[in-house]
Write a protein that binds this ligand. Structure first.
Ligand SMILES: Nc1ncnc2c1ncn2[C@@H]1O[C@H](COP(=O)(O)OP(=O)(O)OP(=O)(O)O)[C@@H](O)[C@H]1O
Ligand SMILES: [Mg+2]
Length: 235
């Protein structure tokens, strides 16, 4: 049997005293090492779903298991996030007054690595995103796209088993974006990292093993490679 990275059953989440049903009965199962894209119109619940997967917020009902953690029962959610999850958001939240290298090292402090080991991995990751020469630049000495690339490197720092990415290349030009997606894809394949990515870009979504379409808080379509070209709407 395949090991599950994600097992979600009838997950619901509402806001504004139940008036806004952001998630309205999500069922989803993702295998370890799978690359899944999530698409859907603005306000359909994509980020809410990602927040649930990373235990940044808790659902109202249903069940959710991620990387072997039952997120509704387990109390060690900080450990879960630190050990298992790499986050990439559009608002990258880099710490402004320390270098790119130091920013990337932050998620590593939960590991018992030496400073040399941390430096080595941070430089390796900077190399992957094409920014080794800018290791000592602070965020305000980097372009917007470069900051986003540092944030992607930081998401990989703790060797997560799952990467959750919300429009990770949204602000980048297509050449840089392709390069980074290629590297993310490579890491996902080589290190068996599960990659779950929200995107509006169908060319990006198509890189995944599977595309999931969310509408009004529900999964309305899920597809495999054979259907990628003609079955899914473009937003
Ligand atoms: N913290 C919150 N408080 C109240 N309403 C919220 C909150 N977060 C999300 N919502 C609402 O829940 C719904 C789903 O929002 P969500 O952010 O998941 O959409 P999305 O699919 O990520 O959209 P986009 O593509 O624009 O990022 C929307 O109606 C949104 O306004
Ligand atoms: Mg969103």
């Amino acid at each position: 049997m395949m090991v599950k990275a994600v097992e979600i059953k009838d997950l619901k989440k509402s806001y504004e005293n139940g008036q806004i049903k952001a998630l309205n009965g999500i069922n989803l199962s993702i295998n370890e090492g799978e690359f899944v894209s999530i698409i859907g119109p603005s306000g359909s619940g994509k980020s809410t779903l990602l927040n649930m997967l990373g235990a940044l917020d808790l659902p109202d009902s249903g069940s959710i298991e991620v990387a072997g953690y039952n997120l509704l029962k387990n109390k060690k959610l900080n450990k879960f996030r630190g050990d298992k999850i790499g986050f990439v958001f559009q608002l990258h939240n880099l710490i402004p007054n320390i270098s790119a290298l130091e920013n990337i090292k932050i998620p590593m402090f939960t590991k018992k690595w030496s400073n040399n080991e941390m430096d080595e991995r941070a430089l390796y990751l900077l190399d992957i995103v094409g920014l080794k020469q800018k290791a000592n630049n602070k965020p305000n000495q980097l372009s917007g796209g470069e900051r986003q690339r540092v944030a992607i490197a930081r998401a990989l720092a703790n060797e997560p088993s799952i990467i959750l990415a919300d429009e990770p290349t949204g602000s980048l030009d297509s050449k840089t974006s392709n390069k980074i997606l290629k590297q993310l894809n490579k890491l996902h394949k080589e290190e068996n990292v599960t990659l779950i990515m929200v995107t509006h870009d169908m060319n990006v979504a198509k890189l995944a093993d599977r595309i999931i379409e969310v509408l009004d808080g529900k999964i309305v379509k899920t597809t495999d490679d054979s259907l990628l070209d003609n079955e899914i709407k473009i937003y």
